[in-house]
Design a protein around this ligand. Structure first.
Ligand SMILES: Nc1ncnc2c1ncn2[C@@H]1O[C@H](COP(=O)(O)OP(=O)(O)OP(=O)(O)O)[C@@H](O)[C@H]1O
Ligand SMILES: [Mg+2]
Length: 525
């Protein structure tokens, strides 16, 4: 007898429909899976047999053939286990399907429990687009599956639950037995296999009230967050660079509906959603370690997975210890940073992942960390600080909009200074300024303005224009450099609530752009 069930596969960030056909025929006991399965999928044979037997059903001692259609598309992973197992039971006559069709997703353990799988959100969305109205998903994936409108989502904890659902028996009983976990609207912090740190929730987030001194760096961070501009923090060890960056997650406004969906899809495919977690409202903050490989940062691998630059989409990519990153890996980031997306070439055609990130980087000014320090001598040999900075290519440094030098916090500031502003106060200002700029820019942040748009939106007066021209001449700035100053100036003015960018704002913006201690001629571009 032949059984047909519906399930889905993810390809990149998109789902695709897969039909599982199971034929149980007389013959020597065997099970074959055809339709371009990968190793994990071929091993489904063993999981399915174990799960069926350990769930109290009979595994047919006949010839079983499982076909995954369309056969031309490569299938990977273990998300088809449940559909295959139920297919075997239907085809062997053990279970009689009744009621409306129900797609099934989930990995089986040998004991018959159903394990969560990655990519449930895009898979369920694809099923919904194909007209499927019911889907059984692992109980831990219910949160993300419920994000899809118009789909009845049934939580599955064990193989019996899936059987009940397909047999149209005890729908209610199954649902009563398995309490779907509460859908969390905010994210959690987790550590991915690559050793990188993701911070989507509160955990690990620093409040600005803890950061003493560093007025310029705090202000630069605020301006950068308003404009969605990239930021480089350079300074000696222990000056608070990492601390300041870790405050970012608590300073940005939550994602809107469309952005939240994009971020949740990426996290779903990367398998980063926590049990029961639904739509993510917090902006991602990704801080990959400097030993991260090209694939970890940019994406790729087999099966294809998104890299850090995509996991940070709509949020922040923080490259701490910038000079320690592999130069080729950093160079590979230039194109995604420019285009807001990353293209990954594969044998089956290239694929595009979103990568609209705000880049924040931190570095020491030299190997010993004290180049330019007023009190502590730099122990580097002559020329070494320049070579150290040049480890990061000039074009990449040039792409960082704001570049701030931090110095050591004086003990007096640390111990006796007034308590600085907290994150909530700064976040309120940032949110108001971002809202102002979005209204003016047709929904975009200042980082998204073209050069001409930046010029127009600044509405420079005669004096401000003259001042900018002087700065550009003195520093030998290219048009790109001038436009970067204008985007910074526009963001400062948005914070102040001003329509017109005045002369002092232009000066302040130029100050935030130019790092005097980063002695590299390439920076003058
Ligand atoms: N501005 C500051 N205000 C309060 N505490 C600070 C400040 N700067 C540093 N500290 C303290 O020093 C610790 C180290 O700071 P942080 O890791 O941010 O330094 P860093 O600049 O990133 O140094 P490195 O170059 O070594 O990475 C912090 O955890 C905090 O306790
Ligand atoms: Mg640090």
């Amino acid at each position: 007898m032949l059984a047909t069930l519906l399930t889905a596969v993810v390809d990149g960030l998109e789902g695709a429909l897969v039909r599982v056909e199971v034929d149980v025929a007389p013959g020597l006991p065997a099970c074959h899976i055809v339709g371009l399965p990968d190793t994990a999928l071929s091993e489904a044979r063993e999981r399915v047999r174990g799960a069926i037997r350990n769930s109290g059903f009979e595994y047919p001692a006949r010839r079983i053939t499982v076909n995954l259609a369309p056969a031309g598309r490569r299938k990977y992973g273990a998300a088809y286990d449940v559909a295959i197992a139920v297919g075997v039971l239907v085809a062997s006559g053990e279970v009689r399907p009744r009621g409306p069709a129900c797609a099934l997703l989930g990995e089986l353990s040998l004991g018959g429990t159903i394990q969560p799988v990655a990519g449930v959100l895009p898979m369920v969305a694809t099923l919904a687009r194909a007209g499927v109205q019911r889907v059984g998903v692992p109980a831990a994936n219910v949160g993300e599956a419920s994000v899809v409108e118009g789909m009845e989502v049934l939580p599955l904890a064990r193989l019996e639950d899936a059987v009940h659902v397909v047999a149209g028996r005890a729908d209610r009983r199954a649902r009563r037995a398995i309490q779907p976990p509460e859908v969390a609207l905010t994210g959690i912090a987790s550590t991915s296999a690559a050793g990188s740190m993701t911070l989507v929730g509160e955990e690990g987030c620093v409040d600005l009230v803890e950061v003493r001194g560093q007025q310029t760096a705090r202000w630069a961070l605020e301006v950068a967050l308003v404009g969605g501009l990239s930021l480089l923090l350079a300074g000696p060890p222990g000056s608070g660079k990492t601390m300041l960056a870790r405050a970012i997650a608590g300073l940005l406004p939550p994602l809107d509906d469309a952005e939240a969906l994009e971020v949740t899809v990426v996290r779903s495919v990367a398998g980063l959603l926590g049990p029961g977690e639904g739509l993510c409202r917090r902006r991602p903050f990704r801080s990959p370690h400097h030993t991260s490989s090209y694939v970890a940062l940019v994406g790729g691998g087999n099966p294809l997975s998104p890299g850090e630059v995509t996991l940070a989409h709509r949020g922040t990519l923080f490259l701490d210890e910038l000079t320690e990153f592999d130069r080729n890996v950093l160079e590979a980031l230039r194109q995604p940073l420019e285009e807001g997306s990353v293209v990954i070439a594969r044998a089956q055609g290239s694929i595009r992942f979103p990568a609209r990130v705000q880049l924040v980087a931190a570095m020491n000014p030299c190997r010993c960390g004290y180049f330019g320090d007023a009190e502590r001598p730099c122990r580097c040999s002559p020329g070494e600080p320049e070579r150290y900075v040049r480890r990061v290519s000039g074009p990449l440094l040039d792409r960082l909009d704001l570049r701030v030098e931090m110095s050591r916090v004086r003990a007096a500031d640390l111990l006796h200074g007034p308590l600085p502003e907290s994150s909530s106060e700064v976040a309120a200002r940032v949110a108001a300024a971002r809202a102002r700029s979005r209204v003016r820019n047709g929904g975009r942040l200042n980082a998204g303005l073209t050069g001409r748009e930046a010029e127009e939106s600044c509405r420079l007066g005669r004096r401000a224009r003259g001042r900018l021209a002087d700065i550009a001449d003195a520093r030998g700035l290219t048009a790109r450099g001038v436009h970067r100053i204008l985007r910074i100036a526009r963001s400062i003015a948005d914070l102040d609530g001003g329509d017109v960018v005045g002369e002092s704002t232009v000066l302040a913006a130029a100050e935030l752009r130019d790092p005097a201690a980063l002695v590299d001629p390439a920076l003058a571009a």
